[in-house]
Structure formats: structure tokens, C-alpha cells
Design a protein around this ligand. Structure first.
Ligand SMILES: [Zn+2]
Length: 353
């Protein structure tokens, strides 16, 4: 779907969201539609069309393979009802600054903090689409230390380790900021910085850095490299901290977000996934609707995981997936409401006719 439309393909408001996704079956149908907008296509043999079995799974008409709508997605074998998942997705995508695990746990009355925490981390894990476009045009690149505060064992806060993070930001002409990318770096050497630049900036782009030697050699990698010397800036009486204004703007927004939404309680091991969330939301800050961000999030969540896909092909997956009880211990009850109209299906009929 290149041009999804509000009110047809994604809900425009919280009211519309609630009206559409009243039952777990509605949520499942929406996922099925996102995954196979033109109808079921078998992942194993590529055949289109099949049957729905009594347990709700789909059976390929070509090779007899059976699959569920959620197989291979982050909702696979989840014990959390889809109505709860969708509500978390709506909060995650719809709020300007996202949500913390504590806020999700309290709002949805989820029994365990761990469950809420794990849900948000599963969402974060789908945000980086393989093969996504790299940054282009003019791109500032720098590295900075982020993080460094972890919750202590008994409520207090212990100083954690700050993590060196690479930041790349598109600079628009005559002014303004485009998209960004952020990645945790092993160190500030060329061996770490060069792969960071090549992974997130399109060759041919103009890359602006400071004079740090870790950036030497970028021209040889196909970039137009412009170096800004801190020493020269100081000599001119300028603030050397403002050498790369776009990068510093994004870095300070990311740091502020970690301290506000997450109260700084982000440990080193998970920093990358929080950065992925920040980048996802920052790059969609001008989306015409928060509902569109929700749609993109679910589209990513319903997309195939290539590693799991290989597992399916190799037949390593367990055959029987027992149906989960609706309300296991620590798992929230369904947020089911009266059935909806499913406007996304009506939109399809309109296209076909
Ligand atoms: Zn098949």
C-alpha cells in the first residue's frame, strides 16, 4: 500500500481506533490484511490462495503448508491478546514521546512489569526495516556519549556506563533537518566509524564531520567529505560545540527523551533498541497523522522475519502450536469490545470493483 488513507487503511483518531479494533478477531483480520493485502500467498511455495482451517490457520492450496497470520511475526505465540497488543501499538505510535513500560503496565493493568517491558522491546525490534534507504544529500556525522544512568536495585539511581553513539543527520537546504540514524559504536576508530557511515549514508552524499582522524578516508569510500576543524572554529571565536548543529540538535533531543519518557532507566545492553525507537519516531515527526505511524508500525510488525522464514523452510518449527489461554498469570485479559465494521476490507472491495 503506497498511499494508505486515513479512515480506510488506518484509524485517524483514538475513537476510530477503538471502534475498529474492538475484538481480538478484528485485530487478527487487520494483521492478515496487512500481511497479504491481495489475499493469502504461501511463503513456502509462493502459491496464491488457500483454505482457512477450523483453528483459524491458513492452508496453502499449492503445497499444503499451514501457517497462522501471526507466524513469523512478533505476535507469534504471544499470550497477550491482540487487543492489548494493538492498544500498546497505538500508544507507542500515537504519542509524541512514546510510552514507558511502567505507563503501559499501569494504563492496561498488565499484571507484570516484565510483560509490558518485553512488549515494548518486541515492538522496538521491528523498527529497523532491512534494506531501508540510506541518508542522502548533505549529512552531518559525529559521535557522542549517550545514556549512563540505570536504576539502582532499591529505587535509587546508580551511575551506569555512557555509550559511544554514532549519529548521522541529513541537513536540508537552505535550513532544516531531514532524517537521522543512530548506532552504538565499539569505539571512535576508523574501523568503527567507516562502517557506520557506509551503513547509513548513500555513496555520493556530502558528509560533514569534525577533524577527528577516525573520519579520514571517507573520500576513498565514495563520499564528498568536508571536514570542519574545531581548532579553526575556536580561532574564529565560534563555539566549537556548534560545528555540527544538526547532529547536536538530534543528540540533545535523544538524550532528553531518554531522561523524560524513560527516566534515564536505559541500560547499556538495550540502548540500541531505544535509539531505534527514537530514530523511528524522529523520522516520522512530520507524518500527516499519528494513525499513519501506527499503520507503519503494524506493517513492520506483521512483516516477515527472514531468520524465522528460513526456520520455516528448514522445517525446524514445532508443528503444534497450542492455543494460549486468554488470561494466563501475569498476562492481561483481552480488551474486547463489540464487533466492528472492518472498513479496511470495505476499502479493498471498492478497489477490486
Ligand atoms: Zn505453499
Amino acid at each position: 500500500m503506497d498511499r494508505p488513507r486515513g479512515g480506510l487503511h488506518y484509524p485517524r483518531s483514538t475513537g476510530e481506533f477503538q471502534a475498529w479494533f474492538g475484538t481480538d478477531a478484528d485485530c487478527l483480520d487487520y494483521l492478515e490484511w496487512l500481511r497479504w493485502p491481495g489475499g493469502f500467498v504461501c511463503e513456502r511455495c509462493g502459491h496464491s490462495g488457500g483454505w482457512r482451517m477450523s483453528d483459524g490457520r491458513l492452508r496453502c492450496a499449492g503445497c499444503d503448508a499451514r501457517t497462522s497470520v501471526t507466524a513469523g511475526t512478533i505476535f507469534d505465540r504471544t499470550r497477550t491478546p491482540l487487543t492489548v497488543w494493538f492498544t500498546v501499538c497505538w500508544m507507542f505510535a500515537g504519542r509524541k514521546d512514546g510510552v514507558s513500560a511502567l505507563s503501559v503496565q499501569r494504563t492496561l493493568e498488565i499484571g507484570s512489569y516484565q510483560t509490558a517491558w518485553a512488549m515494548l522491546h518486541r515492538l522496538r525490534s521491528v523498527l529497523v526495516r532491512p534494506g531501508r534507504d540510506r541518508l542522502a544529500g548533505t549529512v552531518e556525522v559525529d559521535e557522542t556519549y549517550i545514556g549512563g544512568e540505570e536504576p539502582g536495585l532499591r529505587g535509587g539511581r546508580a551511575r551506569g556506563k555512557k555509550v559511544l553513539t554514532g549519529i548521522a543527520v541529513e541537513v536540508r537546504q537552505p535550513k532544516g533537518i531531514g532524517r537521522c540514524r543512530m548506532a552504538v559504536l565499539a569505539d571512535g576508530s576508523a574501523a568503527s566509524l567507516h562502517p557506520f557511515v557506509t551503513s547509513c549514508v548513500e555513496p555520493g552524499a556530502k558528509v560533514i564531520t569534525d577533524a577527528w582522524m577516525g573520519y579520514h578516508g571517507l573520500a576513498g569510500l565514495g563520499y564528498v567529505h568536508q571536514r570542519r576543524s574545531q581548532r579553526a572554529a575556536r580561532a574564529r571565536g565560534e563555539d566549537p560545540g556548534k560545528l555540527l548543529p544538526a547532529v547536536h540538535r538530534v543528540a540533545s533531543l535523544a538524550k532528553r527523551w531518554l531522561l523524560s519518557t524513560h527516566q534515564g532507566s536505559v541500560d547499556e545492553a538495550h540502548l540500541q533498541s531505544y535509539l531505534d525507537e527514537f530514530v523511528f519516531r524522529f523520522n516520522r515527526r512530520r507524518a500527516r497523522s499519528r494513525g499513519l505511524v501506527f499503520y507503519r508500525l503494524l506493517q513492520l510488525a506483521a512483516g516477515h522475519d527472514p531468520v524465522r522464514y528460513r526456520n520455516i523452510v528448514a522445517g525446524k518449527r514445532p508443528r503444534k502450536i497450542p492455543p494460549a489461554p486468554p488470561a494466563g498469570r501475569g498476562h492481561p485479559p483481552s480488551l474486547e469490545r463489540p464487533p466492528a465494521e472492518r472498513p479496511w476490507r470495505a476499502a479493498d472491495l471498492g478497489h477490486a470493483g
